[in-house]
Write a protein that binds this ligand. Structure first.
Ligand code: GLU
Ligand code: ZN
Length: 311
């Protein structure tokens, strides 16, 4: 069993990041598996090296260790090879539609606007996807118009017809950045990942990834989409302004204290008392983990508090 924690290095770690890291790590260790950290740093318009370093520090501070660390930007050759294979099977096309042209159209399951596959019948120039990109297009993959029924190991229903519900996915952005949907599929296969544990915010993307795996002849891992820690406004704790940054958490708590609060929020400990991740391995069980999202609050006096618990 090989699993991974794959944060984007586009902002400071926050409580939801650390909860996810803890659940990924515990799931792997409880089953005697391997677990790697993959720093997802492809979006050059948003990533910072300092945030990548902070994520590594934050995990170590919490008490998590990794069997390997993969820097996603180092995977470029594998990403391009996958694109070449998709091009060879005539699955790529250039798209020059603007984001604005989709607004007001159909809502996608991820909360954005669905793409209507407007450019689907366009063909790549003879010099391939690189030439289309150089000419200013984004590159999309033509998916099969199939419904995929899939319920993850935690009972989250992922079933969709991705080509219609979301539209054909962008695999290379107009600015040349390899898109998440392609990179995640290629990198999970490259690392022989058998189990993907991640937040429910990603659940709407999973079936798109399954269809990309099929097009590339890759196997589909087992998926688990866990509950989230939300801001009081009930939106995802974004790694953006306004969320609870790691620097604030570290100034108020030490690693075992924060681990205790997260473990209690995940119903893995009866109280929020300080504890190490290692001490939680023997009692880890998905059956006890909450199925609904929880609200996190922070103030420098009282520290991190999770609604519905006594922390
Ligand atoms: N990098 C993505 C994120 O931080 C998650 C990738 C994944 O686990 O598939 O939201
Ligand atoms: Zn288009």
């Amino acid at each position: 069993m090989i699993s991974r924690f794959a944060p984007s290095t586009t902002g400071e770690a926050h409580p939801g990041t650390l909860l996810s890291a803890l659940l990924v790590w515990l799931d792997a260790r409880a089953r005697g598996g391997r677990v790697l950290l993959r720093l997802e740093d492809l979006d050059t318009t948003r990533v910072k090296d300092a945030w990548a370093q902070q994520l590594r520090d934050a995990c170590a501070w919490l008490g998590l260790d990794w069997d390997d660390v993969v820097i996603q930007s180092g995977q470029r050759a594998a990403h391009e090879a996958a694109l070449d294979r998709l091009a060879a099977s005539d699955r790529l096309y250039p798209c020059t539609c603007s984001r604005a042209s989709r607004a007001g159209g159909r809502r996608a399951p991820d909360g954005g606007w669905a793409y209507d596959n407007t450019c689907r019948d366009r063909v790549l120039p003879t010099n391939g996807w690189r030439a289309a990109l150089a000419a200013g297009a984004a590159i999309r993959t033509r998916l099969d118009d199939v419904h995929v029924a899939l319920v993850d190991e935690l009972g989250v229903d992922l079933s969709q017809t991705p080509a219609r519900d979301l539209g054909d996915p962008v695999v290379v952005r107009r600015d040349g950045v390899i898109a998440y949907q392609l990179a995640v599929v290629v990198d999970d296969a490259d690392a022989a990942i058998t189990d993907v544990v991640r937040g429910r915010d990603i659940a709407p993307s999973t079936v798109t990834q399954v269809l990309l795996q099929r097009l590339l002849g890759l196997s589909t891992p087992r998926y688990r989409h866990h509950f989230l820690l939300l801001e009081p406004a009930a939106t995802k704790l974004a790694k953006l302004h306004g969320s609870i940054p790691f620097t604030a958490l570290r100034a108020r708590h030490d690693g075992p204290a924060l681990c205790g609060i997260l473990a209690h929020a995940a119903n893995l400990a009866p109280t929020p008392a300080a504890i190490t991740p290692h001490a939680l391995v023997a009692r880890f069980d998905w059956a006890t983990i909450p199925r609904t999202d929880r609200i996190a609050r922070f103030d420098p006096e009282r520290g991190l508090q999770i609604e519905g618990t006594d922390s």
